[in-house]
Design a protein around this ligand. Structure first.
Ligand code: PAF
Length: 311
């Protein structure tokens, strides 16, 4: 059984993929969920009728009448069960703590979120579960609670948190869900590269309220260079080989490939929602402080977004 936590766009995209590949799945949600989700993917429209299990039911406090599957299905001890958490980074720790009582240590966990930090917490919350850390560039958004628009086929990069604790069946299932999936022995370096892109594109687009492609304009070159210089210094101090020029190139590539998109942080600020800044620029600044490296512009952006969040 594949259990997908949350009812967000990537969660619904995974549900669609499970349904297309005829893999059994359920969505684990906090609040009342729609009966069906209409998915638009290129010219196809598919209506999903997923099984929803409320987190209340999982916590055994009260059973949501909408739940069709018993909580025990999260833990079938088959050795290839997957629990995927395509959530906001700040929701991960609470979700894991809430689910911990019903997850056997045979269940493989997949963390799929922007930013870094939660992967450090999972080691203390669920130390024995094989854990995949992944990042994907698949695009999807939800214009309505019961509608999913798939905007682009992406690629996925994944790796095991602990290479001595893996599960080949889980790896195979994850490969099928978000292909092409490239596996890495050292996922930390990949996560830092993604973090660098997020730490540049997200706060700048949120601060100036612009689509990603606007960052290609000359007026942003100095901001981008300063940020990439700070991040490259932290990465180098952590033993990762990268350069300011390489990070700039990667950021420009992503800004160009996603030119018309508004970044997740820009959208969060527009909608008055909490952002993932703590696990993006906040994480860079935290690591820099520990390593005694000055990152004044990252700190400035962090504070600026925190102020915007509080408005
Ligand atoms: O958070 C996002 O919006 C995306 O990860 C990225 C890469 C910045 C593109 O919009």
């Amino acid at each position: 059984m594949i259990s997908i936590v949350g009812n967000g766009a990537i969660g619904n995209l995974l549900a669609l993929k499970c349904s297309q590949k005829q893999l059994p799945y359920q969505l684990i949600v906090r609040s009342k969920a729609p009966d069906s989700i209409v998915c638009h993917e290129q010219d196809h429209v598919t209506t999903l009728a997923p099984s929803f299990v409320s987190t209340n039911a999982l916590g055994y406090t009260s059973v949501d009448t909408h739940s069709k599957i018993s909580p025990q299905t999260v833990d079938t001890h088959s050795g290839c069960d997957l629990l995927i958490l395509p959530l906001k980074s700040y929701q991960i720790v609470d979700a894991l703590k809430q689910l911990k009582p019903v997850i056997s240590d045979k269940v493989s966990i997949v963390l799929l979120h922007n930013g870094m930090g939660p992967h450090e917490s999972i080691q203390s919350i669920l130390p024995d579960n094989p854990t995949i850390i992944a990042t994907t560039s698949y695009g999807a958004y939800k214009p309505k609670i019961d509608q999913l628009n798939v905007t682009g086929i992406g690629r996925t990069q994944a790796g095991w948190l602990n290479n001595d604790n893996t599960n080949a069946k889980a790896e195979h299932i994850f490969d099928i869900l978000l292909p092409p999936c490239q596996w890495h022995n050292n996922i930390t370096q990949i996560l830092w590269q993604k973090l660098a892109v997020n730490a540049v594109i997200n706060p700048l687009t949120a601060m100036y309220d612009i689509p990603n492609g606007d960052l290609l304009r000359a007026e942003f070159a100095e901001h981008i260079t300063t940020l990439c210089e700070e991040i490259a210094r932290v990465m180098n101090a952590l033993g990762m080989a990268t350069t300011k020029a390489h990070l700039i190139e990667r950021c420009m590539q992503v800004a160009s490939l996603t030119a018309t998109n508004f970044s997740s942080m820009c959208q969060d600020i527009r909608l008055g929602r909490r952002t993932e800044i703590d696990d993006i620029n906040g994480y860079v600044v935290k690591q820099a402080k520990r390593l005694k490296i000055a990152t004044p512009f990252s700190q400035h952006l962090y504070e600026n977004i925190k102020k915007k969040e509080a408005l």
